[in-house]
Design a protein around this ligand. Structure first.
Ligand code: C2E
Ligand code: CA
Ligand code: CA
Length: 775
């Protein structure tokens, strides 16, 4: 798991470790250099000491040689030696010896026996004799002589008279004092060793000497790897075979110097680290404080506090630039937010509120116990107007309406000194809410509004008169539920539209009806999806007046709802169309009818069956496919199916519908124009439609026998239909008289209660079996 360090800690760590690394590196390199330098220094000292030691030995040798030759040349001495005048010899020896501070003055006879000695020490004669006689040279150079634990530099000079009669031996001892003197000269300790036995040393410390004797030595000083107190170097001493001199350089000083160096480096490092930590803290605070400020700022912006305050502290340039950036961003977001808010609350085209916002405003007003009258207004035929004058002109009319509404609001505000609210709630639907204190005020406002809006509108020079529908609901009468009140005024306006009146007030109970319709829609949805559907088909026969036979039927849907109530098909078909359920409803009908037709085919009854379609069905992309596949999947011919549409259904998307109908017709289906005669029917139009059948609307037939006008219309429609090559059906035949009239008019088919009401397939067959032609 990785731990995340704060920015501060990271900077501190970075600086500290950098400094530590530097210190370690510097200390290391200093150590190396120091050690190297010290080692060189010691080597040089050793070299120097060696030289000095040799020099000293040589100068002592000179003294010894001179003294010896002076002695040897002394006639009295020679004579004394020759005559073995022991006393004289001794005193002469003593004199000479004293003069040069010699430690050893001896006379050896030719056999090597010690005849005289003027030694100032206590060595016994025999030992001296034995050792001196081991010396390789006589007469030549000074030599190192070790006796017992003493070391001497000696010279052996023959006493000639004229032949050699004896030998004089003169020597200096290297005792402690001599070693200390030498130490002073060479600035190193000196130890004399014979066959690993200590002779004498200027070093006091016994342990060191012990180590030295054990041969604990190095060829060169190695200060890096060892921590010894001394560096020893053994050299030969005055050419002696067995006596060696060891030069010892004390390393303690170097060592302590070195330690001091390390300590001071460490102290410096500590100080620098402390400074670094302090600095990095300051630096990181210098960074983290502005970062913190910026973070707080982003949090504020995140919370929606977009007004960025001016910077109180001075920040580094980059940060204050960033801060400025945030401030600009905040302002931009605020602008955009306001724009979004505006768009969320407003209708972009007119600048009025939208439905959502006005709903909230109305709800707020009710919270404040303000009563409102809500007026919904709708433009009559706006879609058609839009198609005629073009979208942008349509838009400018909408804007004009909005502007007039605003003027109206301003006027009414002067009266009310209260807020009046307006919204565009749909393409050509506006909503105005005005505070009221009693219902008597309502009419006044409506008059004001109508007079403002009923004046003609102008598109450049073209005068346009709009018809407006007004729907009104108020909270005094209809309650203070904002949503319900808006719905009621909208409902009132659509009722105004249906009833073709310009002003409609909401009336008690209409809302319940509306809710009932909503419930029906929900129930119908379920009905269409359920296996055991409460929907079923009825069939109504059409009498072929040319043959007197029944060869056609119209399929009509039926629904017994949950409350076991028969629901008027016109009502639920209308609801299905509005709720977008009609396409699936028609599919359901198609399947039922084709299955039924197939069954009848199998029974040997070959009827033609009409299916009623809606505008949405024929415009639906999958409709033709579905119909054809369903027919093909059953033992039914396309020619057995007639499709009934009203002229209004065809007019909705004429080009497309005509193309579809032609296609269907080419596939063998028959097309029938239903409810002919009501609405904007025109025979001229019929000519161009791919239809086979014309169904005269029942309003012309129901009381045909009583109304001469209807008879004229029906007779001429039949004859014109025939001229266009269409088969004509009269529906709504309720009595024999009408049937006979239609027969006279040469109507092709008659359909109506007089023959049979729409009944179930079984009942129809029962009826059919006993049917006799009424003609
Ligand atoms: P429509 O297509 O005009 O159907 C004929 C209507 O006239 C039927 O009403 C039928 O019962 C009625 N009718 C027939 N003969 C007489 C008569 O002698 N006197 C009277 N007073 N009425 C008669 P229904 O079944 O109530 O259907 C009403 C409308 O519902 C239909 O009018 C049709 O537009 C629609 N509709 C019914 N079934 C369907 C359907 O399956 N699909 C679609 N899209 N619409 C359907
Ligand atoms: Ca029909
Ligand atoms: Ca009809």
């Amino acid at each position: 798991m990785s731990t995340r360090f704060s920015f501060k800690a990271q900077i501190t760590w970075l600086l500290t470790s950098l400094i530590l690394l530097t210190v370690i590196f510097l200390t290391g390199s200093n150590w190396f250099r120091f050690a190297d330098y010290a080692e060189n220094q010691i080597e040089r000292q050793m070299y120097f000491a060696q030289n000095v030691l040799e020099q000293t030995l040589r100068s002592q040798e000179k003294v010894l040689t001179t003294t010896a030759s002076v002695l040897a040349a002394d006639f009295g001495f020679k004579q004394a030696v020759a005559t073995r005048d022991k006393k004289t010899v001794e005193s002469v020896l003593l004199n000479h010896g004293k003069r040069i501070n010699a430690d050893l003055m001896l006379i050896l006879d030719l056999e090597g026996k010690l005849s005289t000695t003027s030694s100032l020490h206590s060595l016994d004669t025999k030992t001296i004799e034995r050792n001196i006689n081991k010396l390789p040279f006589r007469e030549v150079h000074a030599q190192i002589l070790s006796i017992e634990n003493k070391v001497f530099q000696v010279i052996v000079v023959p006493v000639k008279a004229p032949r050699v009669i004896a030998y004089t031996v003169i020597g200096f001892e290297f005792d402690q004092i001599a070693l200390l003197k030498l130490k002073e000269l060479i600035a190193l300790d000196l130890t004399l060793v014979q066959n690993n036995q200590l002779i004498d040393s200027s070093i006091d410390d016994k342990d060191i000497i012990k180590k030295l004797l054990k041969g604990y030595q190095q060829t060169s000083p190695n200060l890096l790897l060892t921590r010894s107190d001394y560096f020893h170097k053994t050299i030969s001493f005055g050419g002696s075979k067995d006596v060696k001199a060891t030069l010892s350089a004390s390393l303690t000083q170097i060592q302590s110097d070195f330690n001091r160096l390390i300590y001071s480096m460490l102290i410096i490092a500590m100080i620098v680290i402390v400074i670094a930590i302090t600095l990095s803290r300051l630096l990181s605070r210098g960074l983290s404080t502005p970062l913190h400020i910026l973070m707080e700022l982003t949090k504020k912006i995140g919370r929606g506090e977009l007004n960025v305050p001016t910077l109180a502290k001075r920040l580094p340039v980059e940060f204050s630039e960033l801060y400025q950036g945030f401030s600009v961003m905040g302002a931009a977001i605020e602008n955009r937010e306001q724009a979004i808010l505006y768009q969320a609350e407003r209708d972009v085209l007119t600048g009025l509120y939208n439905r959502h916002k006005i709903l909230n405003i109305i709800a707020d007003s009710f919270e404040e116990k303000i009563n409102l009258v809500v007026i919904t207004l709708n433009i009559k035929g706006f879609k058609a107007l839009n198609d005629t004058i073009g979208l942008s002109n349509g838009d400018s009319i909408l804007k004009d309406i909005a502007a007039r509404i605003i003027v109206f609001i301003e006027k009414s505000n002067q009266v009310l000194k209260d807020d009046t609210m307006a919204a565009r709630t749909n393409s050509d639907e506006f909503l105005i809410a005005i505070p009221i204190n009693d219902t008597n005020e309502i009419n006044h406002f409506i008059e004001l509004l109508q007079s403002e809006l009923n004046r003609p509108f102008w598109l450049d020079d073209i005068k346009i008169n709009l018809s407006l529908y007004f729907g009104v609901a108020n909270s005094l009468d209809h309650g203070i539920d904002a949503e319900r009140l808006i719905r009621r005024s909208t409902m009132a306006v659509s009722l105004a539209y249906q009833e073709q009146v310009s002003l409609r007030f909401y009336q008690e109970g209409e809302d319940e009806n509306y809710l009932y319709k909503l419930r029906l829609i929900e129930e119908l949805k379920e009905a269409l999806e359920s296996e055991d559907s409460p929907l079923f088909m009825n069939y109504q026969p059409k009498l072929n007046m040319n043959t007197g036979k029944i060869d056609k039927l119209e399929a009509l849907i039926r629904w017994i709802n949950k409350e076991e109530k028969f629901v008027n098909p016109e009502l639920f078909i209308d609801l299905a169309e509005k709720a977008g359920l009609i396409v699936s409803l028609t599919r359901w009908v198609i399947l039922q009818v084709i299955q039924q037709t197939e069954q009848w085919n199998k029974m040997g009854y070959h009827f033609k069956v009409s299916i009623n379609l809606s505008a949405q069905d024929i415009q639906n992309e999958q409709f033709v496919d579905y119909l054809l596949t369903t027919v093909n999947n059953h033992d039914v011919a396309t020619t057995q199916i007639t499709l009934e549409l009203t002229e209004r259904d065809i007019a909705e998307n004429e080009a497309l519908v005509i193309a579809r109908l032609s296609h269907l017709k080419s596939l063998g289906f028959a097309i029938s124009v239903d409810d002919y005669g009501i609405g904007q029917s025109s025979l001229a139009k019929l000519k161009s439609l791919p239809v086979d059948e014309l169904k005269i609307d029942k309003t012309f037939i129901l009381t045909l026998e009583q109304c001469q006008k209807d008879q004229d219309i029906v007779a001429s429609t039949i004859s014109l239909g025939h001229k266009l090559g269409l088969s004509v059906v009269a529906e709504g035949v309720e009595n024999k008289a009408s049937l006979m009239l239609l027969n006279d008019f040469k109507c092709d088919y008659a359909q109506g209660y007089y023959l049979s009401r729409p009944v179930s397939a079984e009942k129809f067959i029962e009826w059919y079996k006993t049917y006799e032609s009424p003609l």
